[in-house]
Write a new protein. Sequence first.
Length: 444
Amino acid sequence: MADYKKKQIKHKVKPKSVKKTHSAPQDIKMGRAKPATKKQTKKATQKVQKPKRPVGFSIPEFNIIKGKKLEKIKKNAFSVIVIIVLLCIYLIVCTLHPVGLVEYLTHCYARIGSGRGYEISITGGETLNTVQKSNYYYVLSENNLEAYNNGGRNIFSVQHGFSRPVLKTGDTRFLVYSQGEKVLKVHTFNGLRHTYNLDNSILTANISKSGAIAIATKTEGYESKVTVYNKNDKKLYEWFSTDETVTSVCLNDSGKRLAVATVKVSGGAFVSKIYILKFNSANPVKTFEFNGEIIYNLNNSGGNNIYAVFEKRIEFINVLSGKKKENSSDYSLNIAKRIGNHVITVNTLDANKSESNIFVYTLGGSLVANFEVNGTISDVSMKNRRLHLLTDSGVVITDMSGKLLSKAQCSFDVKNIIALSDKSVVGISNNLIDKYLYEQMEEK
């Protein structure tokens, strides 16, 4: 039997095309894929084409910002916004209260709280003056200077030490002096801030909202001198008058402009003048002259306005434009005071003290109310556009037209009043501060 050799024949087996799947079961072993050829790679790249862009259009390339970096940028932006807001608040407060934020906040904090209520005994001797603020008030007596909030809490008290004390108030500071003496004291609610010991006797003085102070004194070689100090007690300016006596001074809110009232006798008659001065020159910016009258008081009424108090009238002056608003009256001017955004005057007929004329002005001098009252008016206060009048028979409250709204019985020795609300008023005598309630009146 013949022997045969078996030949092994090798067949080339074409690989079967395998469809691509997104995932393969774990129990199937996948074969090792062959690397793609250059031809296959070229075809694949030809299939993926970039979208065509319109002519003239380009897409900016943006950096991809990771989440943590974006969050950090947001936090930094928020911090910057908070800082800007706080800075704006600080600038606004400094503009409204130039004495400084810390002093202003301290002043506000001191007024917070309620006291023991009213029927407050005071022992400073005769009550000379009161000054009403937004929610507190000052009481100046022969020996003491005190301040109370509207709830009756004592927030300041000191023995001033002057024989004829005069009180002038600013935003957070207030000064006391005596005409003819050489000492002036500046206080805050924290206590004595500064004492000015002067070489010559004081004629008059005033303080601005910003804490700047103007002091008029007698001086050698001149009739009078005015010295201005800034809020840090640094001397800023001096002005001398050769033949005129200074009767009153005032500064604008920022303490950068000075108004001086003077008087002299010429030809047997009084000649009064108001000089408007800036600190870069001794020459006045403006001068206003008044013949046959004396200016008893000069006050800043906000902005560019001042008002001068004469014997029978009050005059408002815009120191920039020079415009005047005056009110002439046959009645003698007994009371003139600024309360909030209004200036109130009470004029009394010389021949008949029981007839009084009430005038209410804006700070710019526009007349907003005028009416007559039967009875002697010894003090006036205002709250929420209601006028509180201390008469010889008690306290009455009226609206701006003079209509009687209510009345309250008070002690006969009350000298000053401070309006609390439409329902109550504070009465101040020489030895007592008390609260009085208005009666309910039936509507007619």
